[in-house]
Design a protein around this ligand. Structure first.
Ligand SMILES: NC(=O)C1=CN([C@@H]2O[C@H](COP(=O)(O)OP(=O)(O)OC[C@H]3O[C@@H](n4cnc5c(N)ncnc54)[C@H](O)[C@@H]3O)[C@@H](O)[C@H]2O)[C@H](O)CC1
Ligand code: K
Length: 527
C-alpha cells in the first residue's frame, strides 16, 4: 500500500475534484461517514451513547461535523466542541457547520475563557472522543491552550478516534513537537500518511483504518510515489508458490559466512533462520577452530570450516575458500558474529568486489566497511545491507542522531550512494532501493531489541533472496515476516524476556499467518 505526504494527498484530492469533478463536499461526506462507521464498530452500538467531537477550523473539523451528523442519525447523543472560533470556519467545513446548526444542534466554543472546565464537564459522561481538531494541515506544535485541552483528553481514559491523523502529529515526518492526541483508532483518508507509520507518530495513531473516500483508483496508482507500507498482501504476492513436484534445490542454497570465538550463536541463528524462512539448503561456514562446535549445535544446517587465525576468527586466506564455495550457492549472507579483526576486515573488503551472487551483508560485515562504503558499489551482484542505526552512522560517517532524525532520507541516500538495497533496522524498519523505492515495515516491537534478533533477520532475508525474490522485496518481506514473528512471540511471552530464539521459533507461524488469505494486515485495516 502506498504512503503519502500531506502535500501528495492534497494533490490527489485536488485532482479528484478538478479532473474528475468529485467535489470536496463528496470527499468530506465520505470521510465523515467512514469515521462514524469506525465509531460504531468501536462502541458496538452507538444508540444512547454519548460522543464528543472536537473540531478545528479546517477541513479536518469539517470531517468531524459530518461524522457528528451521521452519529446523531444513528441515535447517539453528540456534542461538538470547537477549539477555533466558528467564524473562522470556511468552505466545505462551513457547509457542514451550517447543516449541523440547521439540525438544531449546537457547537460549544472553547475559544474564549479557560475551556478546560467545559471540556472536563463534557467528558464526564462521554463514551468516546472524536478528534477532528487538526489533520494534514497541521505543522509545528499546538498552541498552549489547545495543548492543555489535548492533555485533558489524553488523561480522560476515554477512547479517541482520530480523524485522518491524531491532532498534534506532523503528517510528513511523524514528529510530535508538543501535546498530541493518543488515538485508539485513526481513520485516515485515501492513503496512509507517512507520519502515521514512522515513530513516534505511529505510536499515537493506534489501529490504523485506511478509508476509501472515492478518490479514483487510477489516480492513486499514477500519482503516488513509490513509497509503500509493507503489508501481508504485498508479501503474499512476492513469496514463491511451492508446487507439488518441487525439491529442495528449487528453494535456493544459502551460504552463511559468520561466527568467531564466543559468537557461534550468531552463525547458528542466521543459518537456522535461513532454513526456517524457506531456503532449500543452508551451509554455515565458520573459522576452523569453531567448526566442531557447530557440528554439535546444528542439525538441518550444513557446516564448513574456513581458514582460521588459530584464535577463532577468519584468516586472510578464507576469502579464496569462500569464493570456491560460492560456486555452489545462490546467495551469500556474511557478517553475523564475524568480529572486526584486521584479518576479517581484509577478507570482507577483498571478497565483496569478487562476489557474483546476490549477497546480504550484516553486522560485522558492515562494521569492517566503516569509512569504506564505496566497496559496496564494487559488488557485481545485487546486495542488501542490513545496518542498525549505529552501523548506518559508521558507514555514512555521521551520527546515530542524524540517521534517526530522518530515517527515510538516510536509507535512500545510502542506497543511491552504494547502489545496494538498504534495510535500516529500528522501530519501523525502512527498506530503500537504489531506484528510490522505499518500504516502511509496520511489524515488530521493542521486545525484539535483543542479541541475535538481527542474525535471524539476516538469515530470513537471505532465504528469500535464495527463493528468487528481488533484493528490495526480499528485504521488505523479510523485515515484515521477522517483525511479525517477533509480534507473535511477544503476544505469547511478553516483550521483556524475548530472546532471538523465540523469534526464530515463531518464523513458521509468521509465514503461515502471512500466507493465510484471512491474515488482516497487522495493524492496518482497509475500509
Ligand atoms: N482526501 C483527503 O485526504 C481529504 C482530507 N480532508 C480533510 O482535510 C484535512 C486537511 O484540512 P486543512 O483545512 O488543510 O487543515 P486542517 O483541518 O488539518 O488544519 C486546520 C487548520 O489548522 C491550522 N494549523 C496548522 N498548524 C497549526 C498549529 N501548529 N497550531 C494551530 N493551528 C494550526 C492551519 O491553518 C489549518 O488550516 C485532512 O486532514 C482531512 O481531514 C477532506 O475533508 C476530505 C478529503
Ligand atoms: K485529527
Amino acid at each position: 500500500m502506498r504512503v503519502v505526504t500531506a502535500g501528495e494527498m492534497k494533490a490527489l484530492d485536488k485532482a479528484a475534484i478538478e479532473e474528475y469533478g468529485i467535489s470536496g463536499l463528496v470527499l468530506m461526506e465520505n470521510a465523515g461517514r467512514q469515521v462514524a462507521e469506525v465509531v460504531r464498530q468501536v462502541l458496538g452500538e452507538v444508540r444512547g451513547r454519548v460522543i464528543t467531537v472536537f473540531i478545528g477550523k479546517g477541513n479536518n473539523g469539517g470531517d468531524g461535523l459530518v461524522a457528528a451528523r451521521h452519529l446523531l442519525n444513528m441515535g447517539a447523543e453528540v456534542k461538538v466542541m470547537a477549539l477555533a472560533d466558528t467564524a473562522e470556519i470556511t468552505g466545505d467545513a462551513l457547509v457542514n457547520l451550517e447543516i449541523w446548526q440547521k439540525m438544531g444542534q449546537r457547537v460549544y466554543s472553547l475559544r474564549h475563557g479557560d475551556g478546560i472546565n467545559i471540556v472536563r464537564l463534557a467528558l464526564m459522561n462521554t463514551d468516546l472522543i472524536v478528534d477532528a481538531i487538526y489533520g494534514t494541515g497541521f505543522k509545528g506544535r499546538v498552541a498552549e491552550k489547545a495543548g492543555r485541552i489535548i492533555e485533558v483528553l489524553n488523561g480522560s481514559g476515554k477512547p479517541v478516534v482520530a480523524v485522518d491523523i491524531p491532532s498534534g502529529l506532523e503528517a510528513d515526518t511523524g514528529r510530535v513537537n508538543g501535546p498530541c492526541l493518543r488515538a485508539a483508532h485513526t481513520v485516515t483518508f485515501g492513503l496512509p500518511k507517512l507520519g502515521l507509520l514512522l515513530e513516534p507518530g505511529a505510536g499515537y495513531a493506534g489501529r490504523l483504518h485506511v478509508a476509501d473516500i472515492s478518490i479514483p483508483a487510477g489516480l492513486v496508482s499514477k500519482a503516488a510515489p513509490r513509497r509503500y507500507v509493507i503489508t501481508a498482501g504485498l508479501v503474499r504476492e512476492w513469496l514463491p508458490s511451492r508446487p507439488l513436484e518441487s525439491h529442495k534445490g528449487d528453494y535456493g542454497r544459502v551460504l552463511v559466512v559468520a561466527g568467531s570465538r564466543g559468537m557461534t550463536g550468531a552463525a547458528c541463528l542466521a543459518g537456522e533462520a535461513a532454513l526456517r524462512a524457506g531456503a532449500g539448503l543452508v551451509t554455515v561456514a565458520v573459522p576452523e577452530t569453531l567448526h566442531d562446535i557447530m557440528e554439535v549445535k546444528l542439525t538441518e544446517v550444513m557446516t564448513a570450516p574456513l581458514p582460521d587465525t588459530g584464535g577463532g576468527a577468519l584468516s586472510r586466506e578464507a576469502g579464496q575458500r569462500i569464493l570456491a564455495m560460492l560456486e555452489r550457492a545462490d546467495v551469500l549472507a556474511i557478517g553475523p558474529g564475524l568480529s572486526t579483526s584486521s584479518e576479517v576486515a581484509a577478507v570482507v573488503r577483498e571478497l565483496l568486489p569478487q562476489v557474483k551472487v546476490p549477497c546480504v551483508i550484516d553486522a560485522d560485515g558492515l562494521n569492517v566497511l566503516a569509512g569504506a562504503g564505496d566497496i559496496l558499489r564494487k559488488i557485481q551482484a545485487p546486495a542488501v545491507i542490513t545496518p542498525h542505526p549505529g552501523e548506518m552512522a559508521r558507514l555514512l560517517g555521521t551520527t546515530v542522531q542524524e540517521v534517526q532524525r530522518d530515517r527515510l532520507a538516510a536509507a535512500l541516500k545510502a542506497s543511491a550512494a552504494w547502489n545496494v538495497t538498504v534495510l535500516l533496522k529500528g522501530a519501523r524498519t525502512i527498506v530503500a532501493s537504489p531506484d528510490g523505492a522505499v518500504y516502511i515495515n509496520p511489524t515488530g516491537n521493542p521486545g525484539m531489541a535483543t542479541g541475535g534478533s538481527g542474525d535471524v533477520l539476516t538469515g530470513t532475508v537471505a532465504a528469500l533472496v535464495a527463493q528468487g525474490l528481488e533484493p528490495e522485496k526480499a528485504a521488505a518481506a523479510g523485515a515484515y515476516m521477522h517483525g511479525l514473528a517477533g509480534d507473535l512471540a511477544a503476544a505469547e511471552k511478553g516483550m521483556m524476556s524475548l530472546v532471538a530464539g523465540d523469534i526464530l521459533a515463531a518464523l513458521p507461524a509468521s509465514a503461515k499467518k502471512v500466507m493465510s488469505e484471512k491474515c488482516a494486515d497487522f495493524n492496518i485495516v482497509m475500509r
